[in-house]
Design a protein around this ligand. Structure first.
Ligand code: ATP
Length: 633
């Protein structure tokens, strides 16, 4: 391990501890989110929130207009599909018409056409109608799936560029459900309702046209119930909308709880909290059930109410038609044709009144999609870029202060720290001293409220976030791995290079393990690496960081889960890079950082001592005390 390098640029400071006002240092804590994320937010452990707390969604007509803008590019597929449905619907009155003609003429000797035409006409009619319905359904599916795809892609992009506040507020499971389920629900419900409106609406119009043709007076009388029907539909629709929204919000909260239970399954069992979690789940599930019943009841009341109103018209007309038939002013065929067509209007009318609930559900789903799409983005005001090939890796903190939102105490205060390019520095200090906050600041996840941080002399705020992060490879305290193979995790988002993968795995002391696996590099590691031990997960994360080959490497407690021998091997591998990379090591185990070019001792968000191991030991200050305490331990 090379020693004696000149690097300590920090000012072991005392002052600078003014209580800075919290100016939202964490990127973009936008107040808008407070309103938008109402229903799907994480809830603390406790009883379900009252029903009324949930209904904060954009107005449904605005949602409908915005949804239409997604539908518009698919208009040709949809219009063609609609044309098929309408043509099929327009064929509907052909059945009563044929029946009427057959009854009136079919029993006469000369009915004007051969009886053998009847089967092909009938079969042809049904076949043509079936083909039209199939084409309509296919075209609708083709167009709908494109809308769903577009919404999902935009939503997942919105999640990936969202402000950090989103992840603290919305449970991962809820986010997953929103991205996967909401677009599908919105499109299926709304397009289903539109198909019903068009298909059954056309059927109804065609049947009404035929009824007018047969007997316009009777048909006109049947229309007197329409205004009453409209009132009933409006009333029920409001109730359905409100109940559906509350059911959906409860559904999202239930997903949040289930997500907690699945993620923390070990904790749940270790704390013997199965009963507690069951009760928590059951409370919310029962609330959801109550709301689902309300929603279903509101939806189900539509059909009986509208049918009762419609039956007034049907009863009147039927009676009048019978009277007319008895008086001989209508033939048997006309009577049967009229009554058949009249009875055939009931089915489309019922379908038309049933579209309220799907439309309500669809608009709620669409509203949730737009809420996520409108999530504030992580602010990125930087315009400059550093070429990764030429980045030197020199870092400077000058009088940096940082207070997290909702926090009174500054996490960093008057921090001065210089990391010359190509040196190895260690950050040590008690828990809460501000070490990880320094890393978050370097990666642009937290922004200083005071002072400035520069990389190669360029203020971090002037750099594009993506470019800034490209200069760093980080192994953080919380290891996050992906559900895939070992190779997938090492090369994450980079092209596969077998030789480099092997050398990184060797450097991380994981190659022997890989070779012991029957599938080698292709061995699956399970969700978040749950088929690996804690140490193996950490070593895989180290290999992933090495593979990225960035200019600056940060190891935040990266070897804390390793046994002594493994830690020594990994350290030796990392030390080979000293001088060629800027290395920032954070560790509680001080033996792992004693070879650093400079050790910065942090307390209360500022550097209180800095120097090489020997210098700090000679000073007999805080560092020497910590080393002594660990040696004693
Ligand atoms: N997201 C946050 N919101 C509010 N306060 C935070 C947040 N993250 C950290 N803090 C606070 O900032 C201070 C510094 O935390 P930090 O995580 O940087 O300490 P650390 O030195 O890395 O601690 P450890 O060694 O335990 O990881 C602590 O008082 C902590 O409570």
């Amino acid at each position: 391990m090379p020693t004696g390098r000149r690097c300590c640029g920090s000012r072991a400071a005392g002052g600078g501890g003014r209580g800075e006002a919290a100016l939202h240092p964490v990127a973009g804590v936008a107040p808008a989110l407070e309103v938008r994320c109402g229903p799907a937010v994480r809830r603390p452990l406790g009883p379900p929130v009252p029903e009324k707390a949930a209904a904060l969604t954009p107005a449904s007509d605005a949602v409908a207009r915005r949804f239409l803008s997604y539908i518009a590019p698919q208009k040709w597929g949809l219009l063609l599909g609609v044309a098929c449905f309408m043509a099929a619907a327009a064929m509907e009155p052909l059945v009563p018409a044929l029946l009427s003609r057959l009854l009136d003429d079919g029993f006469k000797a000369d009915m004007g056409f051969s009886v053998w035409w009847v089967p092909p006409i009938l079969i042809g009619m049904f076949a043509a109608r079936g083909l039209l319905l199939f084409c309509g359904a296919y075209l609708f599916a083709w167009s709908n799936t494109r809308v769903v795809l577009q919404l999902r892609e935009e939503m997942v992009a919105a999640v990936m560029r969202a402000d950090a506040a989103l992840y603290g507020r919305v449970a991962p499971g809820v986010l997953a459900s929103q991205v996967i389920t909401d677009p599908q629900n919105a499109v299926n419900n709304i397009s289903g309702a539109v198909v019903t409106l068009l298909r059954d609406g056309t059927t109804l119009l065609a049947l009404l046209g035929y009824l007018f043709y047969l007997n316009w007076k009777l048909t006109l009388i049947s229309l007197i119930t329409l205004p009453l029907l409209g009132l009933v539909v409006r009333f029920v629709k409001r109730r359905v909308m409100s109940a559906s929204r509350r059911t959906h919000d409860s559904h999202m909260r239930l997903i949040g709880i289930t997500d907690d239970i699945a993620r923390a399954w070990r904790v749940v069992r270790t704390f013997d909290a199965v009963g507690f979690e069951s009760r928590r789940f059951s409370q919310e599930a029962q609330q959801m059930r109550r709301m689902a019943i309300k929603s279903a009841a509101a939806g189900a009341s539509m059909t009986p109410l509208t049918q009762t109103v419609a039956s007034l018209g049907v009863a009147t007309i039927l009676t009048m038609a019978l009277v007319q038939a008895q008086q001989g002013s209508a033939t048997v065929g006309e009577f049967v044709g009229f009554i058949t067509a009249l009875l055939m209007t009931i089915s489309p009318m019922r379908h038309l009144t049933d579209v309220t609930q799907p439309i309500a559900n669809g608009l709620i789903g669409a509203g949730r999609c737009f809420e996520l799409l409108d999530t504030p983005k992580e602010p990125d005001r930087g315009t400059r870029e550093l070429d990764p090939a030429h980045c030197q890796g020199e870092i400077r903190f000058a009088g940096v202060g940082l207070t997290y939102p909702d926090s009174e105490r500054p996490a960093l205060q008057g921090l001065d720290l210089h990391v010359p390019a190509g040196t190895t520095v260690a950050l040590v200090g008690a828990s809460g001293a501000g070490k990880t906050t320094i890393v978050s600041t370097l990666l642009g996840f937290a922004e200083p409220t005071q002072g400035e941080v520069t990389l190669d002399g360029v203020p971090l705020s002037a750099l594009r976030k993506a470019n800034l992060r490209r200069q760093f490879a980080v192994v953080s305290q919380d290891i996050v791995l992906f559900d895939g193979s070992i190779a997938d995790n090492v090369t994450y988002a980079l092209p596969f290079d077998a030789a480099r993968v092997e050398s990184c795995l060797r450097a991380a002391n994981l190659w022997d393990f890989v070779q012991s696996q029957p599938e080698g590099l292709r061995a699956s590691i399970g969700t978040n690496g749950n088929r690996l031990s804690g140490g193996q997960r950490q070593r895989l994360a180290i290999a992933r960081a090495l593979y990225k080959d960035a200019r600056i490497w940060i190891f935040d407690e990266a070897t804390s889960a390793l046994d002594t021998e493994s830690e020594r091997i990994v350290q030796q591998s990392i030390e080979q890079w000293q001088g060629r990379k800027t290395l920032i090591l954070i560790a509680h185990r001080l033996s792992t950082v004693r070879n650093a070019d400079c050790i910065h001792v942090l307390a209360d968000g500022r550097v209180v001592e800095a120097g090489r191991h020997a210098e700090l030991m000679a000073r007999q200050g805080l560092y020497a005390g910590m080393v002594g305490a660990q040696a004693l331990g």
